[in-house]
Design a protein around this ligand. Sequence first.
Ligand code: AMP
Length: 188
Amino acid sequence: MPAFKASVCLFCGARAGHDAGLAETARATGAMLARENWRLVYGAGDIGLMGAVAQAMRAAGGQAMGVIPQHLMQREVARRDLSALVVTETMHERKKVMFTNSDAIIVLPGGAGTLDEFFEVLTWAQIGLHRKPIVLLDADGYWQPLLALIDHVIARGFADASLRGLFSVASDLDDLATILHAKLAQTA
Ligand code: AMP
């Protein structure tokens, strides 16, 4: 019997971006995960928004599993104080281990790596490989251009309209917690 209620995979930036408000949102996300007793499953790093989530999560006494390829241990400053640290050989293996150990996926603002991770789990859902909830946190409207791109892809006939139903969009942190509660209850 695990000491946490569910495992939530986090994809987000290894950079903090230019907006201090997003770092604050990342810290609040870490605190929320600890409060809800949801285990954080993430890239193990201590930098950028992902580091901010992990720092707040650990400060609040939450549990975290970090998954990182050997070659990024230094570059992404792997934390050694996590409940579990898995060191993989490749990036692909990292994503697989993160995914298989999670009940849901949340996506905070990030860059190309975050987009890669989001599209991988989205396309896996599109071909029916899983039904794990995927939730974008649209903090400060960060993901609006991505949502417009996805709508454009659907409008031009390169994806079915159902693609838009394979993930949720949370407007703020309270909304994210509410959506996760509802989705995790459905999949339990
Ligand atoms: P970014 O959004 O570019 O700051 O990257 C966020 C995280 O995604 C970082 O920890 C990167 O190491 C990770 N990442 C980038 N590309 C990949 C990939 N192809 N597979 C797994 N992780 C990746």
